[in-house]
Write a protein that binds this ligand. Sequence first.
Ligand SMILES: Cc1cc2nc3c(=O)[nH]c(=O)nc-3n(C[C@H](O)[C@H](O)[C@H](O)COP(=O)(O)OP(=O)(O)OC[C@H]3O[C@@H](n4cnc5c(N)ncnc54)[C@H](O)[C@@H]3O)c2cc1C
Length: 426
Amino acid sequence: MDSVKHLRFDVAVVGAGPAGIAAALAAADSGRSVGLIDDNPAAGGQIWRGAHDSTRPSASSTWFDRLNKSAVQIVRGARVFHATQGELAAESDDSVIQTSYGKLILATGARELFLPFPGWTLPNVMGAGGLQALVKSGLDISGKRIVIAGTGPLLLAVAAYARKSGAKVIGICEQTTRSRMARFGLQMMLVPGKAAEALRFAYDLRGIPHWTACWPVAAFGNRRLESVRISRHGQISEIECDYLACGFHLIPNIELPRMCGCRLRENFVQVGEYQQSSVPGIFCAGEPTGIGGLELALVEGEIAGYAATNWEDRAKHLFAKRARYQKVVRILQDAFPLRPELKNLARPDTLVCRCEDVPHERLSQYSSWRAAKLYARCGMGPCQGRVCAPAAEFLFGWQIDSIRPPLFPVRCSSLAAIASHSAPRN
Ligand SMILES: Cc1cc2nc3c(=O)[nH]c(=O)nc-3n(C[C@H](O)[C@H](O)[C@H](O)COP(=O)(O)OP(=O)(O)OC[C@H]3O[C@@H](n4cnc5c(N)ncnc54)[C@H](O)[C@@H]3O)c2cc1C
């Protein structure tokens, strides 16, 4: 059986992305004990992943320096898979970590939305952020031909990163309309700091075609991807490429907040002005409260950290700053709504649940997510519905309402360990 470690913090923070780092540092200012738990080998979350190499963006270095000098205890490589009142269970490579806390801050971030189309399971078709993460972890893409597709500003960040890493970015296929994209650009110019970012992107992406009203309809290849067929303003064409990096914007990681009983609104965690959730003592910051980007994640994290340690005055000082960046949530929602045509990309034999090999035609026999899980095993594989559930929600309009422990597949010995440690002792 795995060894069981017990930790106790005044404030436990789950997620060491920008929101979690900011929350942990703000909470640690009070002198209380703070634990920062993340499933990655290093802190940084999605945007600052691999930030210990020379490509580390300067914006992150101040935060990492502060974190390294702080008393925050970082619990790396530990995935929280279960939550009971006042206690979290996480699994690492060699142990189970049971953490009890006084206050809890959930900063679990977001992931990409994937939509199925013929060929989307071919090797070298991957998420846009997924490709970026692989490159940050050492994948060599120099000289490779890459098509970037889907929707949202992440496509631009990934294109810029891929080009910097030596890839030949053939084009960016953005499903939204040209007018929405133009409005997005203008509105973002008015958000502090974003004009400079936009100009940087314009420079970094010069010469790369950016097609609007454009999306992938099929990917082809024998053993791996060889070409992608795209629809652009209704015209079909085919592009030869080595990688297709494709993501349809971001969806919040709300599974843990839901397991903790936090109330949701429109699939995001509902929070009050101090980032407090509907559950007393539990706060939430960053992408699970609304997809709003780095700056909003940081300021929400700080507010949650101060509020969790009863420093409401300090938190209050940050309300105006948060309001400036909250605009981004609405701007993104207006700019990148998914067009209905994307519901028709999957053919009857296209897999929707790639863990359990469940094709679209099988799912179309059911009327709810629950039935699809029960009868077709959709969402019952290793990703536990993280990929197929949001896709099914979009394709079939189902409500994804069930959440059960463990949140991730874990070793049987981890389940046995928490069961024996939480069993009543006589
Ligand atoms: C794949 C991807 C790539 C991105 N790339 C960029 C980019 O290049 N540029 C850009 O401007 N924005 C990017 N973003 C958006 C960016 O992540 C956000 O704008 C913002 O930084 C989010 O910060 P956060 O702290 O809320 O979340 P995140 O940075 O996502 O951090 C959340 C952390 O919580 C961890 N976590 C979640 N659940 C658990 C659990 N149960 N147990 C343990 N740990 C857990 C995650 O692994 C992650 O490390 C990207 C987003 C994604 C999904």
